[in-house]
Write a protein that binds this ligand. Structure first.
Ligand code: GLA
Length: 420
């Protein structure tokens, strides 16, 4: 039932996006690229340390309806209307836009060089610009195109709205430019777009989740080897509840980068290539050398990597109580050692943890606001949602927003039927 309702939402969104395309561009679209947001069950702030993460795609999507557009040689561009912003941006494709890399050269270098060009466009287009640059750097022939972007992934809520935008466009460009690209390479291209064009030094989890997740599975991703294991998670009696605190504190970009460099420093002091190579015993033995802050950061990472492995085992064996404890420990570690939580997230976690039918709950994503993830027995989900929303309002004067989801399908592309 739930699944049918959610599929209906996806169809509505597709129809809406296609209708908007026709209205804007006076012809039907030829493709619709669809990429989901993600929620991470456990394994937070470990991807850039080479650890394992356990996200799933959510039933919230970024969709791009598009069609090619004839253009004079040398003046190709992507004309993209965003329903969220209510504006069209024209993104140059190719040498005129300064984004073309040397196909035989270093894609990273080519894209980094294009950064300055991208800053002349509004913020939301940086992701798109970065993805186009990534395809050009691979030597792809990206044609001129028109597109409409629509998203049901809450923007800036820590559910990978930006990764889903990047992945939707990359999925579209692979089709329009007839480029064969492995799913993992596509995710890495999107991650690079985010680094070089949006200036966020993110790990690889979000883009991989949007590309590689499959319906009814969690994705256990080893972020060093990039080995992906699909963990079945298709229980009718359990729901994943996402609760958006609707707060976003002091811009997390700088803090995110600082966490990342703390981890790099810890790895240097411990003389390991990545923090995932360190044991808790090593971290404890180096407490003095690391200093209090970096020691706490490192302790979070090594314990979280261990929790993620145990959580995947617990899920496979149906040991839900154990999973709940691991999620609680993860939240405490993110709050106390990693210092990426905030009072609103802590409150949401405390409120949900006290409710009947809740298996586990914790903050999810980068932190400093955004969402919590709660695993809840389906029979109790509505009562939990009502109570948490009410108490959150009472304590903070704010509204939280909530939805339940089952693990959704990663990125896909559909061709729309052409009129006869
Ligand atoms: C953000 C980043 C991810 C990951 C998470 C924290 O979502 O984009 O790469 O580091 O934060 O787990």
């Amino acid at each position: 039932m739930d699944r049918i309702v959610h599929d209906g939402m996806m169809n509505d969104q597709r129809q809406r996006t296609c209708a908007e395309f026709e209205r804007r561009f006076d012809r039907p679209p030829e493709w619709v690229a669809i990429a989901p947001g993600r929620v991470n069950l456990i394994g937070e702030h470990v991807d850039y340390c080479g650890g394992s993460v356990l996200p799933m795609a959510i039933e919230r999507y970024t969709m791009i309806a598009a069609a090619p557009r004839p253009a004079a040689a040398g003046s190709a561009s992507g004309r993209v209307f965003s329903t969220a912003v209510g504006a069209t941006a024209e993104i140059p494709i190719g040498p005129t836009g300064g984004t073309a890399g040397d196909p035989g050269g270093d894609p990273a270098g080519a894209m980094a060089g294009a950064m300055a060009v991208s800053t002349g466009l509004p913020g939301w287009t940086h992701y798109l610009h970065g993805v186009i640059a990534g395809f050009l750097a691979r030597g792809a022939a990206v044609p001129a195109f028109d597109a409409v972007v629509d998203s049901t992934v809450p923007l800036g809520g820590g559910l990978s709205s930006s990764a889903s935008l990047e992945v939707a466009l990359a999925t579209l460009l692979a089709a329009v430019s007839d480029t064969r690209i492995e799913p993992l390479d596509l995710a890495l291209l999107c991650q690079r777009a985010e680094h070089d064009f949006a200036g966020v030094p993110c790990g690889v989890m979000d883009q991989c989740a949007s590309v590689l997740c499959t319906a009814d599975h969690l994705l256990l991703l080893d972020c060093r080897s990039l080995t992906a294991t699909q963990v079945p998670f298709a229980r009718e009696d359990l729901l994943v509840l996402v609760t958006n605190s609707n707060v976003r504190h002091a811009l997390n970009d700088g803090e995110y980068g600082r966490r990342r460099s703390d981890c790099e420093q810890a790895a240097r002091v411990l003389a390991v290539p990545l923090l995932r190579d360190a044991t808790l015993a090593q971290v404890e033995a180096a407490r003095e050398a690391l200093g209090p802050r970096v020691h706490a950061r490192a302790r979070h990472v090594v314990t979280e990597i261990d929790r993620t492995r145990r959580a995947a085992d617990a899920i496979a064996a149906g040991r839900w109580a154990e999973l709940g404890l691991l999620m609680a420990e993860s939240h405490a570690s993110l709050r106390d050692d990693y210092e990426v939580s905030c009072p609103e997230l802590d409150l949401l976690v405390d409120l949900a943890a006290a409710e009947r039918g809740v298996i586990g709950t914790r903050m999810t994503g980068g932190g400093f606001g955004g969402c919590t993830v709660t695993l809840v027995e389906a029979a109790h989900a509505q009562a939990v949602m009502d109570r948490v929303a009410q108490e959150y309002r009472r304590h903070t004067g704010r509204e939280c927003t909530m939805f339940t989801t089952r693990p959704a399908q990663g990125a896909m592309i559909q061709t729309t039927p052409r009129p006869a």
